[in-house]
Design a protein around this ligand. Structure first.
Ligand code: FES
Length: 290
């Protein structure tokens, strides 16, 4: 299974466990508080004998009992008789008597805040991982139909660029495949060459700048230190230690698929499978190797 999916599942599991923990903690606290507030068996028996209302806080007190208890408390302990009219309850009502204490409200607020924070964190993680789950950089990407991509390259006279994959797609000439096999040991890349396609990583192998395409020279030319590469990313000049790095590319059911999980080192200096020379003025001044 993809490591990003495992990571995502682990985060979801962790958040789920935190929810369960917080919920269980809140329930336990409520239960403890209710137990503390409940009258003992002796208290209840005594209250029944003396025709007293059940003490405030009893989980099983009826509404009438509760009202009587509140009235009793307000009147300083005077016992109300069952037949006496209900005493008016002064406002504000006692939170303890109503069964929801300030502490409970506070605890529930804390739990809700934790839950919201965790949900936000989980959502942020999902958002961060979403591109790689949906075919962004770091995964297999369906670039487009081979015929349409090649047609666009020929029309515009420039490689097909896919920003989501940080990759250029260029046609690989059939006559260069055998030469490439002599210098490139990566089967995943050679399979793409056989099918007429090469997927070139946009990052310069010198110090990592993004290498743009130069329309006039028909080469890739790095603006940082002037490294130059031909149409299939073989080094032609500048300080770069090798040709441009690349990805495994295949044509599956007429669709170009690039696997951007693994960056494969570019061909060594001196590789020239296509014989393509500069076709016009350079965009970046030519820089000698050093
Ligand atoms: S980063 Fe491209 S030549 Fe230095």
């Amino acid at each position: 299974m993809d490591s990003s999916i495992i990571f995502l599942l682990a985060i979801m599991g962790l958040i789920g466990l935190m929810f369960v923990f917080l919920f269980a903690t809140a329930r336990r606290r409520d239960a403890e508080r209710a137990a503390d507030a409940s009258p003992s068996i002796e208290e209840r028996a005594e209250a029944a004998t003396a025709n007293l209302p059940v003490p405030v806080g009893s989980a099983s007190a009826s509404g009438r009992e509760l009202e009587r208890a509140v009235a009793l408390e307000r009147r300083g302990g005077q016992v109300a008789t069952p037949d006496a009219p209900p005493a008016p309850v002064p406002m504000p009502l006692d939170e303890e008597a109503l069964g929801v204490t300030r502490r409970q409200v506070l605890n529930r607020g804390i739990v809700a805040t934790f839950a919201l924070t965790l949900t936000g964190f989980g959502a942020a993680c999902v958002a961060m991982l979403w591109p790689s789950l949906s075919g962004g950089f770091g995964s297999k990407i369906r670039v487009g139909k081979f015929d349409e991509v090649m047609e666009e390259i020929a029309d515009k006279k420039e490689p097909f660029y896919l920003g989501a994959g940080r990759v250029y797609i260029s046609p690989f000439p059939k006559e260069g495949v055998e030469k490439a096999k002599a210098v490139q040991a990566y089967a995943a890349v050679l399979e793409g060459y056989d099918q007429g396609v090469v997927a070139i990583y946009q990052k310069c192998p010198h110090l990592g700048c993004r290498v743009p395409w130069c329309k006039t020279s028909q080469w890739f030319e790095c603006p940082c230190h002037g490294s130059q590469y031909n149409r299939v990313g073989e080094k032609k000049g500048g300080p770069a230690p090798r040709g441009m790095d690349r990805f495994a590319a295949t044509v599956e059911n007429g669709m170009i698929v690039v696997d951007t999980k693994t960056v494969i080192p570019g061909p060594p200096i001196g590789t020239n499978t296509t014989g393509q020379e500069s076709e016009g003025p350079h965009c970046i001044g030519a820089v000698s190797d050093h």
